[in-house]
Design a protein around this ligand. Structure first.
Ligand code: SAH
Length: 243
């Protein structure tokens, strides 16, 4: 099962068909395909198709419902979105959390992310029927996003959460050997070797330099193979020195 197929993007009483087309495009770029429309004010027309670019299939498969209630009936999690929600503290989530939650819950059933009317958003009654409320933390003085852009942002976060899971699955299934990191002892060995050699060469003259080098190498979180490379370089300098 593709978890992205569980995500339902719901647009409530959209006024402009162009926005429906743009939303379809936004969805498809993020791998989402299920679009639901609640009593759209304009039918899916040429304008919608033009703005959907190559996402006509999403429009063709769009489901139309008479009421909001019907559109969310088979969904186990409903996330409402709004530009003015800051008072709904307990159920308020940010886009990143929304993506993670949607993908997490998509394992169990259908998840709806609901977008409101261009002019007035979702009604309080509709918002009350949502488990969570997504607010994109926009400029407080100018915070209302264009409908399709809000769809784009939410879809993007859903995709990011989905990609993170794919990556984990791939790692586990490939059984890739885990990266090996050197022990503290091996690193100390390397630091001592560096200090000895470069003191001898006259480059390290005081403690401070070695401290800086230590910090630099620690920060790099060297893998064992990388440490071997550095040790090889020290050895090469040593060999050159005795020639
Ligand atoms: N004046 C309306 C704006 C509606 S914009 C209002 O205050 O709600 C159309 C839709 O885009 C909204 O219903 C919502 O679904 C989405 N949207 C716009 N800005 C948003 C934001 N900052 N956070 C979350 N959703 C947003």
């Amino acid at each position: 099962m593709n978890l992205l197929d569980q995500i339902q993007i719901i647009l409530v009483e959209t006024s402009h068909s162009g926005n429906i087309g743009s939303a379809a495009r936004a969805m498809k770029t993020m791998g989402l395909t299920n679009l639901r429309l609640v009593s759209p004010k304009q039918a899916i027309d040429e304008q919608a198709e033009a703005l959907s670019a190559g996402a006509k299939d999403v429009l063709d498969n769009a489901q139309i419902f008479e009421t909001f209630e019907q559109a969310i009936a088979d969904c186990q999690l409903v996330i409402g979105t709004s530009a003015r929600l800051r008072h709904l503290q307990s159920s308020l989530i940010e886009p990143r959390k929304c993506g993670e939650l949607a993908i997490q819950r998509a394992e169990q059933g259908k998840v709806a992310i609901v977008f409101g009317r261009e002019r007035v958003g979702l009604t309080n009654e509709e918002l009350l029927k949502c488990h969570y409320h997504l607010n994109v933390p926009t400029n407080p003085e100018y915070g209302s996003l264009n409908l399709a852009m809000a769809v784009q942002l939410a879809s993007y976060e859903v995709r990011m959460a989905w990609l993170a899971i794919q990556e984990n699955l791939q790692k586990n299934s490939k059984n890739e050997p885990l990266v090996e990191y050197p022990t503290h002892e091996a690193l100390e060995h390397f630091f001592n070797h560096t200090e000895r050699l470069y003191k001898e060469l006259g480059f390290i003259r005081n403690e401070a330099v070695m401290l800086k080098l230590r910090r630099l190498y620690q920060r790099a979180e060297l893998e064992s193979t990388e440490l071997n490379l550095l040790r090889g370089m020290l050895t090469a300098v040593e060999k050159y020195k005795v020639q």
